[in-house]
Ligand binder design. Structure first.
Ligand SMILES: [Zn+2]
Length: 663
């Protein structure tokens, strides 16, 4: 027995370590007394909103009365830019005033370091009541955006482990629901000053606006989603007016990034750094409607927002911020353009080179394996690449980027928190490829040696379409998109992994094992690929190879509950009940209440003649599973092993009775 315990401990220890690593500790700041005039502040971020698809930005094919009216009462910035085309990264910039490589949240599930103060934290210290209402799980602080809730008294995360298949409520909320949550919170937290952040996710794909926008914009569903988000904003503004909070509030409406809509062949966003995804609308309504109706033509950045509100409140900004106050543009006559940077590491998810850009003096330079230079005055669509290495503009803009790099912290590998499979699935339901599938960036010796995303965008569009199609159960559509990617690039690990998972889900064990075996060979360090490969092999009946694949997966990532459970079951099939017990005990350390693992453990205990533990476990389980015949058969064996023959007989009778009933 001692020997057995000793052999168990390394596995358990690894699980405990992994389990502790999952836990993200929150912190709370001291609340000081309010001192100055403190307006209520409402930050409304609208996801995936191109500036040129908003009515007051000159787009005549849409009606956005709420944004238009806010612009009438406030100041509209015609040329505002985000540094990132990815939701959590761009929001972290808004909330910290830092560029992505400074705040470090350049991937999903990367925790925001406690050393970077957030908007909510800084205002809370001034006595603000703070709350955040998010429209998608991508900003959920329990899983995909750890640390983003820092400083918020209330952060409206999504319910965990929700069983629903529908995306609504599980991974996404309609704008109107987000706004109702915010209004409900304000109803019960009337004493100000308030800082409330409302995130409207609607324009993000898939484009599925509710009626009446689904009819009005039936041929332009993206616009329909924008109109829907605008109506939610309208509801919120009407509420603020009704409460008499509107006039004296500082209200900011801003996009987190735009949408490709096929420009540069990019259908959605995340891969490229063109204006289609970096140019966002920005409207600031000042307390007392100061400078109502003003337009600012100068180039500004979303990193400037936090410094602006701190300046407005007379609070010293943390020294490290990359943005600067916009006060001189809001109430003064400042017209100077501000240099705007862009960065995206999302291509790394697919094994392609990350991109960096700078927009300055009417030019944009994009650092890529094949670099790009655009003269934005003559070529605002960025279609004529004028890059030449000796071009003085290229040299100047490269110099600006180099100078920025010296000011930023040394690049660090982001370390995403380990994600559960359900979270990775949720991320995929939103159309993003999660870190668990990723090419480990530690395997990338030199980004410039990776393929240029410009050469891969068609594959990315197909992968994206496949993700959304399989999420919506359109299996054939997803399969044919993935097969097309593999025709273009037979070794695409992402396509192999996705197709393998799809075949696994529909029960095609052999085809799944074929794809997943190749994916595993392409990415020997990817625990997820090895886990799925093990599942596929198990389905084909090759349980010895399945065992090896699962052992390999768990060596890479010890804290995977489903892999431990399956490996335990496979050891039971292989009649190695000691190894099975080891794995199942480790699984239960990760999920102590999992009934399936508890029943499997009882099976292993019976096989190992640990009848006393097995009986205890089974009697406890029988309370919640009184109809489970297998459970009573096991109980009969455990009782017989203990010499309790009458109990064994009763349990056996119960099992037979249950079997008869289900026949
Ligand atoms: Zn977004």
């Amino acid at each position: 027995m001692t020997e057995l315990c000793d052999s168990l401990s390394p596995v358990k220890r690894a699980c405990i370590v992994a389990f502790v690593l999952f836990t993200v500790a929150g912190s709370r700041s001291q609340v000081n007394q309010p001192k100055k005039i403190q307006p209520d502040m409402f930050l409304v971020t609208i996801d995936t909103l191109r500036a040129d698809h908003v009515h007051c930005y000159g787009y005549s094919q849409i009606s956005t009365p709420a944004l238009d009216s806010l612009a009438n009462d406030g100041i509209r910035f015609d040329r505002a830019f985000t540094p990132s085309p990815i939701t959590n990264t761009s929001h972290t910039t808004i909330l910290t005033g830092l560029l992505p490589s400074a705040h470090g949240v350049t991937d999903f599930a990367v925790a925001l370091a406690a050393t970077h103060a957030t908007w909510a934290e800084l205002l809370r210290k001034q006595g603000y009541q703070t709350a955040a209402f998010i429209g998608a799980i991508i900003l959920d602080s329990k899983t995909l955006a750890p640390g983003l809730d820092r400083g918020f008294d209330f952060y409206d995360n999504f319910p965990q482990h929700i069983q629903s298949k529908s995306r609504w409520g599980r991974v996404e909320r309609r704008g109107m629901e987000v706004v109702r949550h915010a209004e409900g919170w304000l109803d019960t937290h009337r004493a100000g000053p308030h800082f409330v952040w409302v995130h409207l996710y609607d324009p993000h794909d898939p484009y599925e606006p509710p009626p009446p926008y689904s009819h009005i914009y039936k041929d332009r569903l993206y616009d329909g989603e924008i109109a829907n988000a605008d109506s939610a904003l309208g509801h919120f503004v009407a509420y603020l007016k009704q409460q008499h909070w509107y006039d004296e509030a500082l209200i900011i409406a801003v996009g987190d990034h735009g949408e490709g809509l096929g420009q540069h062949q990019e259908e959605t966003h995340g891969i490229f750094l063109y204006d289609s995804t970096l140019h966002v609308p920005l409207i600031v309504k000042l307390p007392g409607h100061g400078k109502a109706g003003k337009n600012v033509a100068a180039q500004v950045r979303t990193a400037d927002l936090l410094p602006t509100v701190l300046d407005w409140l007379g609070i010293a900004a943390p020294a490290e911020l990359n943005g600067q106050s916009l006060r001189a543009y809001l109430v003064g006559n400042e017209v100077a353009d501000r240099t705007s940077f862009g960065e995206t590491d999302y291509p790394l998810r697919f094994g392609w080179a990350p991109l960096r850009s700078v927009r300055e003096g009417g030019f944009k330079f994009i650092e890529a394996p094949r670099p790009e230079l655009y003269d934005l005055r003559s070529d605002p669509q960025e279609t004529h690449n004028q890059f030449a290495p000796w071009d003085p503009t290229v040299q100047k803009l490269r110099g600006i980027m180099a100078e920025l790099r010296t000011k930023l912290p040394a690049p660090q590998q982001p370390s995403p928190a380990a994600l559960g499979q359900s979270t990775t699935d949720e991320l995929r339901a939103l159309g993003y490829l999660g870190p668990a599938d990723a090419l480990s960036s530690t395997n990338v010796p030199e980004p410039s040696l990776l393929p240029d995303p410009k050469d891969k965008i068609e594959a990315q569009n197909l992968l994206h379409r496949a993700m959304l199609a399989s999420e919506n159960g359109r299996i054939n559509e997803a399969r044919s998109a993935l097969e097309r990617v593999l025709q273009m690039d037979p070794k695409s690990p992402t396509a192999l992994l996705q197709l393998g998972q799809l075949e696994l889900n529909v029960g095609n064990g052999r085809k799944a094992a074929d794809c997943l075996g190749k994916a595993r060979d392409m990415r020997p360090d990817d625990a997820t690929a090895a886990f799925y490969y093990g599942q596929a092999l198990n389905l084909t009946g090759d349980i010895t190879s399945a065992r090896d694949a699962l052992e390999q997966s768990l060596k890479l990532q010890p804290g995977q509950f489903p892999a431990r459970l399956l490996l335990g079951q496979i050891y039971l099939k292989l009649k190695d009940s000691k190894a099975a017990q080891d794995q199942l005990e480790a699984a239960l350390l990760l999920q102590p209440k999992n009934a399936e693992a508890q029943l499997e453990l009882a099976k292993a205990e019976v096989a190992n003649r640990e009848f006393y533990n097995a009986e205890m476990q089974l009697r406890f389980l029988a309370k919640s599973q009184p109809e489970n015949a297998e459970l009573y058969e096991l109980l009969a064996k455990a009782c017989a092993g203990l010499g309790k023959y009458r109990d064994a007989e009763l349990a056996q009778q119960k099992a037979e009775e249950l079997r008869r009933r289900t026949r």
